[in-house]
Design a protein. Sequence first.
Length: 301
Amino acid sequence: MARIRSLHPGLFTDERYMALSFPARELIKGIWCEADDDGVFDWKPLTLKARIMPADAVNMDDLLTELEDGQFIQHYEHGGHELGAVRNFRTFQRPKKPNSRNLLPDDFRTYVGLTGQRSEPKPVKVAPVPHPLPTSGEKPPQMEEEGRRRKKPPLIPPSDFEAWWGTYPRKTGKGAALKAYTKARAKASAEDLLAGIARYMRQKPDYADWKHPATWLNADCWLDEPDSTPATNGHDERKNHAVADAYADWDDGRPLEEVRANLARANGCTVCGGSGWVRKGGGMARCDHSVTHPHPTERRG
């Protein structure tokens, strides 16, 4: 049975090899594959022709004689069989688990590269190559570097996401929210995300829209800290709007006295709360209270 063999690159520049004919050079490589692990092959020209060079019009007897004359092989008989031995075969071929047919006489052991009564040539000492993955518990440096190995997202119970989804005030993009929730769970627990929703619902200003669920999760909004700005009551908000309206009147060219009166109402009116409007007769009317307080509207002239 043919076997896989090693081919040394120095063969092609060997003078005796280069002196062979081209068919003989191809034949010796085929004989290496046909020989057993002791470097012994059956001297059967017709069989070798069929197995190595079936499509070539060559004379196998002549080629074997050429190889024998070039000291690549040697013909001998053993136990009634015609055999051939390959010179220095075991010097270059080192099978891991050699199988011997016990057809090699002792006087041919040195010829094929075996020494004395040993069945194996002396191993060549080669410095051991460290294994890329050590067997101990220590991880190699390249695996310790962040980003080398992508961590698998944790398995999230569907009930955890459904509880979060049912609590979040805006129901938009559930699929994207599920992906974002799975990533977020690698950073926070289910309780932290629910507590973040409760804090968000308490702090969101009335004028702001609810964030998309996926946006809220991807931005780590559950980590937002409570707003330290003092909360304003309705009176202060109406006052601020009235002050803004007064400045708008000033920019539109309203008389200074009218703008000053509007600012005075916004700054201190206890009836309209600074809005400048009061309920009257089932409708809304301008507030008549005028509390005059100085204001730097003279900045424009």
